[in-house]
Each structure stands twice: as C-alpha cells, then as structure tokens.
Design a protein around this ligand. Structure first.
Ligand SMILES: [Zn+2]
Length: 271
C-alpha cells in the first residue's frame, strides 16, 4: 500500500515509525520542508547532533535502516508550493490514503484539496496545547471537508471554552496549558492517529460512526473534567459548503489545485 504523508515533526515521525512496521506498506510519499532543530530533541526521535539537517532526510535515513524495501518519494518542499502541484497530484492519485501531521492551518486546507481532487481518504492528528489531549479527524471521499469540520468544531467547543490545537505556540492557550506538550502526550495522540489509519487501510468500507474524535489526557478546569475520555463527533458536510457542498462539482473535476483552493479559500473568507 502507498501512503502520502505531510508533516514529519515530533508527531508525524511517530505515526510514520509505527506505520512503516506494517509489511503491507510498500510506498511512502513524504512532504516536509523544515530543518530539524536540536531545541526540539526532547520531543523528537532524532539526536541533538542532527541539528540543521532536513527532517525529511533524517526520516528517510531512519526508514532505510528499518525498511530498505519501501519505495520513497521525497519532497522537501512546502505543500503550498505551486510548482510541485502537478507531481503531488499525480502521486496523491496513486496513493491509498493520506496522512496529515502539520500544525499550519493553510497546509491543512491545501492537503484537504489535494486529497479531495485525488479522491482519497485522509486522517489528521492534532495535539492540543499543553498536550492535554488531542484530535483525530477522518476525511472520507464525499464526506465533510476540513473547512466544514474546523468551522463546526469552533462553534460546538466554544461553550466548553476554546482549546488551541497548536502546541507549538503554548502561549496562545489558557494559563493551565502554557506548558509544552511532552513527547509522551504527543506519542499517545500520534499512536491513536496511526491506529485509526491502520483500521481504515484494513477496512476501507468500515463505518466508524464518527468523523472526529477528541481524547483527553489531563483533567483541566473548564476544558476536560477528567482524563482518558473520548468525545466523538459525526460532522456532516454542509450542502452549502463551497469545497464539499452540492455545487462543488466544477472544483472536483479540475486538476488545478491552486485554482480550486484559491476559489474555495476566498469563498470561505480565509486569507
Ligand atoms: Zn465543506
């Protein structure tokens, strides 16, 4: 099977490390433009001495030691780089499933468009600020898009106080969560992400009964009453949505990712 993964940070590497153990994985398309920083070593698989190297090269080195038989497509580029899109779309069409492990909102929208144009399922893992818990979202063909899920969850979570899924900016969170996520908490959420991916690969037609799952790791006043609880959401596509709604056939039919995405983001009011 062929997986297409964007994001090889501390969470993405754990997902990759778990999935590459499975003999059924034969090909990986990897996208990650960033360099490894030794300041991140406490949360990462790699040693501080790897400082300054491209994360994707460290990941490939790791993969080749464990699974030299896996075919790898290497993209040390931003997903948003239009020059790469024809090749990325071609590979996305050939893959079985997409994996998103990035923090950038714009990259999530781009990945959603890429997978939607290619008609492939994909799963997104997000660690909450401070590592107090995390989300796994699954996007199946013809189901709700990332925009629908993000806007729905902002509304429904508001009542419980907003939670910030960007643990890279802990200062953005409430005072209780102004501590960086530990490697342990990142690993728990990344392992759940990998588990859901494997289930989907083995059972492509399975109906889980939810599209998004929130898992608490800590009790945090006004956010989580207790640790180790799952909250499951079944988020439907909005028929009015300009990405996944009823009038999107022209977007889906096109192969120009930039045009499709620009149009969708403009209509969503997202810069
Ligand atoms: Zn939508």
């Amino acid at each position: 099977m062929h997986l297409f993964q964007v994001g090889l940070g501390s969470g993405g590497m754990i997902v990759l490390d778990l999935l590459m153990r499975e003999p059924m994985i034969s090909r990986l398309t990897l996208v990650e433009p960033d360099h490894y920083e030794s300041s991140n070593a406490s949360r990462h698989l790699f040693q501080p001495s790897c400082h300054g190297k491209l994360k994707i090269d460290l990941a490939i080195e790791w993969l080749q030691q464990q699974r030299p038989d896996i075919q790898i497509d290497r993209f040390a580029v931003k997903l948003e780089d239009p020059e790469q899109h024809p090749e990325l779309i071609d590979l996305a069409r050939k893959c079985d499933l997409g994996i998103c492990a990035v923090d950038s909102e714009i990259a999530k929208y781009h990945f959603d468009s890429l997978m939607r144009i290619s008609q492939k399922p994909w799963l997104l893992g997000e660690v909450l600020s401070g590592g107090i818990g995390g989300w796994i979202h699954e996007f199946l063909i013809r189901n709700a898009c990332y925009g629908c899920v993000a806007s729905h969850l902002k509304r429904s979570i508001q009542t419980e106080k907003p939670v910030t899924p960007n643990y890279a900016q802990p200062e953005a969170g409430p005072i209780e969560v102004r501590i960086p996520a530990t490697k342990t908490s990142i690993s728990v959420i990344a392992s759940l992400h990998a588990q859901l991916i494997l289930q989907r690969l083995r059972q492509p037609e399975m109906n889980r009964g939810f599209t998004s799952m929130l898992f608490s790791l800590e009790a945090v006043p006004d956010i989580f009453n207790e640790p180790f609880r799952t909250f499951r959401f079944s988020i439907q596509r909005d028929p009015q949505c300009l990405i996944c709604g009823d009038s999107n056939s022209d977007v889906l039919a096109g192969s120009d990712l930039d045009a499709a995405l620009d149009e969708a983001l403009q209509r969503l009011g997202h810069d």
